[in-house]
Design a protein around this ligand. Sequence first.
Ligand SMILES: N[C@@H](CCC(=O)N[C@@H](CS)C(=O)NCC(=O)O)C(=O)O
Length: 217
Amino acid sequence: MTIKLYGAALSPFVRKTRVALALKGIEFESVHVDPTSPPEGYEKISPMKRIPALEVDGQYLADSAAICAWMEKTQPEPALYPSNAMEMGQAIWFERFVDYDLAMRCTFAVFRNRVVMRLIGKECDEEKVQHALTTTIPPLFAYLDKALDGREFLVGDSITIADIALASQMVNFKHGGESIDPAKYPNLAAHTERMHALAPFAKTIEKESGFIQKVMG
Ligand SMILES: N[C@@H](CCC(=O)N[C@@H](CS)C(=O)NCC(=O)O)C(=O)O
């Protein structure tokens, strides 16, 4: 099986996919795609021209959730989705919540302004960042903190796609110069720390942080 992952290093959705591939022990080749200027014909690979996209022996899949679902069927161990029906639904809910609602407020407001805008030579809209930090993010962090109360993982008793998706967005939060306040959100802060200490996250965080420091000074 020949597998190619189309994406860019700092995308939380690509990172989520890379970490899941690493946990499953699936070998793949990375193909760089800049989402701001995708290559000619990229819509044949990813219809909305987004990253990540996956190529498996000449067949294509777009969207991190679709790619991770493919992965689970292809390489069931270690399981990244619960076997219990309700827990499975909950894991999918958290994955969706994080990839859409949280990403919109954290990655697309904080990281995009503080990092991406600077990388492409544009101004950071700090007002937008502050609005997210003080108004739109706190209720979502409070919800996640409560969901993690007394638990190591968001769902069940082992790592699922929900934990990977959440920790991946939190890498971008960190890259954006922010951290989770352990006094306000102790469970979320501890979960993030635990997840980021796992080898596939630790390795990528080190590499990405080095890159960000180099280009942003
Ligand atoms: N729900 C998608 C989100 C993917 C996404 O928004 N990727 C961004 C980069 S982080 C992208 O490709 N943006 C380009 C665009 O939307 O045109 C997933 O999980 O794969």
